[in-house]
Design a protein around this ligand. Structure first.
Ligand SMILES: *[C@@H]1O[C@H](CO)[C@@H](O)[C@H](O)[C@H]1NC(C)=O
Ligand SMILES: *[C@@H]1O[C@H](CO)[C@@H](O)[C@H](O)[C@H]1NC(C)=O
Ligand SMILES: *[C@@H]1O[C@H](CO)[C@@H](O)[C@H](O)[C@H]1NC(C)=O
Ligand SMILES: *[C@@H]1O[C@H](CO)[C@@H](O)[C@H](O)[C@H]1NC(C)=O
Ligand SMILES: *[C@@H]1O[C@H](CO)[C@@H](O)[C@H](O)[C@H]1NC(C)=O
Ligand SMILES: *[C@@H]1O[C@H](CO)[C@@H](O)[C@H](O)[C@H]1NC(C)=O
Ligand SMILES: *[C@@H]1O[C@H](CO)[C@@H](O)[C@H](O)[C@H]1NC(C)=O
Length: 453
């Protein structure tokens, strides 16, 4: 037992309400009412000083769902944007001619919703136009992304050889409806649509989906896409171009290959142009194995190198971004990292280096003297299991009932570091990490206890 002094770190902490103080990638995020946030496959836009997060809610018929925030942490549920559609995936906001639209995919066609007034905040979006297939030959598509450029809004689906990756929809149109028309440069009441030459180049790079695009302050266009492995994560790639018309190059990883994009899939990017700096944020989905409501979000700041034309996700456990200055910070909280071998090992488990291996139903690891603040706080468990379907790792807080980690975070067992919010009592707490299952065992590297939520 090597802890002691360090644990008094929390003792001066003054308990606060359920205010969210940090972005904690991969954790279960709650809105200001305490409900789990349901906004998958979406994006975040900023209008005035407010961020609008639009994604789909699996608990509400896969309908577009809107949240608002001024700090990207504290999200207030606005509501389901429309009951006129269901099974609408990857919804995105677009504005044109003073109106707000939602583009989303229904039955692998693009469907357009329009808000009744002049605000994107509405629960009464209605259908407009007809569902659209992918030109030129009316093929279906999936995984739509949206990029708003000076000359119009671009929508781009997954790659589909030999068809193009994205199309331009001019906003300079007399029609208020930003609707994809045909593949050919056809002028219709809906505007001019043109294919960009670059697209076959991107397609040549492989089978990609989950597209998100942004332009850096240095004027470079970046397109992040995942590979196609269903709800299982893979190393997402970035392509770059000096202009939207290309030429596009790249295909480099945005995170260490083995991390599989920190177990997430790209959905969109958010650029925050602050008074001090411009920050770029990766908005990923941390899917569970079926894309259900248990799926979480992995948001991480991106380090952009316009000279190397690379993007690198910053692997941060807890961070914030100042919406005014644009400055990203990963300070302002304390954590204690405890190696598993510094816990009390009970039963047949084996200490190797400073990790504990072979934790099964006849063994566990107990951490005493965890100082809590009488409120929720984040605790990360770093562990791996021999077989995800054979059993579960669990945590026992202060001798209570074991709680499977998967009940607290669907990533449990699937990813090396699983942050969960635990209600710790004020003062000293005891946490026990254990395992249940036939032929199931876990190997625990350690835990990190954060003094905040
Ligand atoms: C969160 O946002 C709500 C609504 O805007 C506000 O009332 C509340 O004070 C905010 N809480 C924090 C901790 O910022
Ligand atoms: C990312 O950070 C987590 C938590 O600190 C750590 O467990 C993991 O090894 C890191 N991953 C990589 C690829 O550096
Ligand atoms: C935890 O704290 C240590 C030392 O204070 C620091 O080096 C480390 O980066 C922190 N870990 C995380 C995940 O923030
Ligand atoms: C736990 O693992 C030990 C060896 O590490 C083994 O002897 C024991 O049978 C296992 N217990 C169960 C319940 O599987
Ligand atoms: C830890 O394991 C030991 C040995 O199997 C057992 O007696 C004890 O009840 C376990 N403790 C918890 C909290 O599960
Ligand atoms: C993993 O566990 C499941 C459920 O017990 C079992 O069916 C499967 O064979 C196991 N896989 C391996 C590789 O042992
Ligand atoms: C926890 O996981 C174990 C092993 O998979 C399972 O038998 C048990 O039913 C789970 N408990 C709950 C409450 O889901």
């Amino acid at each position: 037992m090597k802890f002691g002094a360090a644990f008094t770190l929390f003792s001066s902490f003054v308990s606060t309400a359920l205010a969210v103080s940090f972005i904690v990638p991969g954790a279960v995020w709650s809105d200001t009412s305490g409900a789990k946030i349901q906004a998958h496959g979406g994006h975040v836009i900023k209008v005035g000083s407010t961020f609008y997060w639009l994604g789909y809610s699996t608990t509400a018929g896969v309908r577009p769902n809107i949240y608002t925030s001024t700090d990207l942490m504290n999200w207030t549920h606005f509501g389901i944007a429309s009951t006129a559609v269901s099974a609408m995936y990857r919804p995105k906001f677009v504005s044109s001619g003073g109106k707000w639209y939602i583009w989303g995919q229904v039955n692998r066609e693009i469907v357009t919703l329009v808000a009744p007034g002049s605000s994107p905040l509405s629960t009464a979006y209605t259908l407009t136009g007809s569902p659209q297939l992918l030109p030129p030959d009316a093929r279906s598509f999936s995984d739509m992304g949206v990029f708003v450029a000076d000359n119009g809004a671009y929508r781009y689906p997954h790659t589909r050889e030999p068809y193009p990756n994205y199309y331009r929809q001019d906003q300079a149109t007399s029609s208020p409806v930003p609707t994809l028309t045909t593949f050919k440069s056809t002028t219709s009441m809906l505007g001019t649509q043109s294919r960009l030459a670059v697209e076959s180049q991107i397609l040549a790079s492989g089978s990609l989906e989950g597209p998100g695009m942004f332009k850096s302050s240095g004027g470079v266009y970046y397109l992040i896409m995942s590979q196609k492995t269903g709800y299982r994560s893979n190393p997402n790639k970035v392509y770059w171009a000096p202009s939207l018309a290309g030429p596009w190059s790249g295909g480099t990883d945005i995170a260490p290959e083995s991390a599989n994009t920190y177990n997430s899939q790209n959905s969109a990017e958010l650029v925050i142009k602050g008074t001090s700096t411009t920050s770029y944020i990766f908005l990923g989905d941390a899917w569970d194995s079926t894309g259900s409501d248990a799926s979480n979000y992995e948001w991480l700041p991106i380090t952009v190198s316009d000279s190397a034309h690379t993007l690198t996700l910053q692997n941060l456990s807890m961070w914030t971004v100042n919406p005014n200055t644009g400055v990203v910070s990963s300070s302002g909280f304390s954590n204690i990292t405890i190696k598993a071998a510094d816990g009390i090992v009970s039963g047949s488990a084996v200490v190797k280096k400073r990790a504990v291996h072979n934790i099964n139903s006849s063994s566990n690891v107990t951490f005493n003297n965890i100082i809590g603040k009488g409120d929720k706080q984040w605790v990360s468990f770093e562990y791996a299991v021999n077989n995800v379907t054979a059993g579960e790792a669990h945590v026992v807080v202060n001798g209570g009932a074991p709680v499977n980690l998967s009940q607290l975070n669907s990533r449990a067992g699937h990813y090396s570091t699983v942050p969960v919010a635990l209600e710790l009592q004020k003062g000293v707490n005891t946490l026990t990490f254990g395992a249940t299952g036939h032929d199931f065992e876990a190997h625990l590297e350690g835990i990190q206890v954060f003094d905040d939520y």
